[in-house]
Design a protein around this ligand. Structure first.
Ligand SMILES: [Zn+2]
Length: 304
């Protein structure tokens, strides 16, 4: 049985909002068991917004949340880092409506969490365990989740561009796999879309410092962090969006050509399909070929 986890102490960082281009300070604070992930706007007198499906708002180029007069934008990379490192309870203080974009990946948030340290809490964690398949199709995009004893993601993308016509990756999302293989993957955008975004007042803080920009002839940045950095970032995004379920997912998520709109609509659909999942404390379901149980009191040999 797994225990809930929070941070050992508070930690802060500063950065800029991707869309506003303005400076923002973010502080992660330890929080009591069963309180979940909550954003707190210190510039609005401490308005709180829980990171749940109920508060999803404004899915354009990033995932936003809103409750009454408060809102927070671009939450997905921070939520991915918290989910990827198994943090159940935390308060995220912001003095601005946007989570700082940092380098466009979740790696700076992983460092921040590791810097704070992780504290195990008394209460046991409850997983959202998928018991029956759930599927969603929207045109040429689809997303589904199937029963599995672990959290696994299979993602594929395809674009009408020679550099990333097709990329696919499947992996089990353990803490170390997330930190090493997924968190460093940066967000990406196409050069031809950048001007359009700016005309609409988005991406004012965007630069080669916080996004991979794909031009006609290649990537404008000096180098990619992984050959398939694009699909890895999609896995990062979907992990962050699934954190809005409010409980760690136990299931195999399969997505093709998704984005924040599809991910978050699917998270809401999962919660609506009450017959297709259960909240379970135990992580493991008996495996098909489980070894015979060791009788209580039996001597267990210790290797020397
Ligand atoms: Zn992203």
């Amino acid at each position: 049985m797994a225990s809930q986890r929070t941070l050992r102490r508070s930690v802060s960082c500063a950065g800029i909002g991707l869309h506003s281009g303005k400076k923002v300070t973010l502080t992660l604070k330890p929080a009591p068991a069963n309180s979940g992930i909550r954003f707190r706007r210190t510039d609005l007198g401490g308005v709180e917004i829980a990171a749940t499906v109920q508060h999803i708002a404004g899915i354009h180029y990033a995932t936003g949340l809103a409750r009454n007069e408060g809102s927070v934008e671009t939450v997905e990379h921070l939520l991915a880092a918290l989910a990827g490192l198994g943090i159940d309870n935390v308060v995220v203080e912001l003095n601005h409506p946007e989570v700082p974009i940092m380098d466009g990946s979740a790696a700076p948030f992983v460092y921040l969490i590791q810097e704070a340290g992780i504290r195990t809490q008394q209460e046991s964690r409850r997983f959202l365990r998928i018991t029956r398949p759930i599927e969603m199709v929207r045109g040429d995009k689809h997303i589904a989740v199937y029963p599995a004893d672990e959290f696994k993601v299979s993602y594929s993308i395809s674009f009408d561009h020679p550099l990333l016509r097709h990329q696919a990756r499947a992996m089990s999302i353990t803490e170390s796999a997330f930190a090493e293989e997924i968190a460093p993957a940066r967000t990406f955008t196409f050069l031809k879309e950048v001007e359009l975004l700016r005309q609409h007042g988005y991406a004012l803080g965007g630069s080669l410092e916080n996004a991979v920009v794909v031009g006609e002839a290649g990537v404008l940045n000096s180098a990619l962090r992984f050959e398939d950095e694009f699909v890895r970032h999609k896995i990062l995004d979907v992990i962050g969006d699934m954190a809005l379920l409010g409980a760690p997912l136990l299931g195999h998520l399969v997505a093709h050509r998704g984005g924040h709109g599809l991910h978050t609509a699917f998270a809401a659909m999962i919660l609506d399909e009450r017959g297709a999942w259960e909240l379970a404390e135990a992580q493991a379901v008996p495996a098909l070929h489980e070894p015979a149980a060791v009788p209580l009191g039996a001597a267990i040999p210790v290797g020397r």
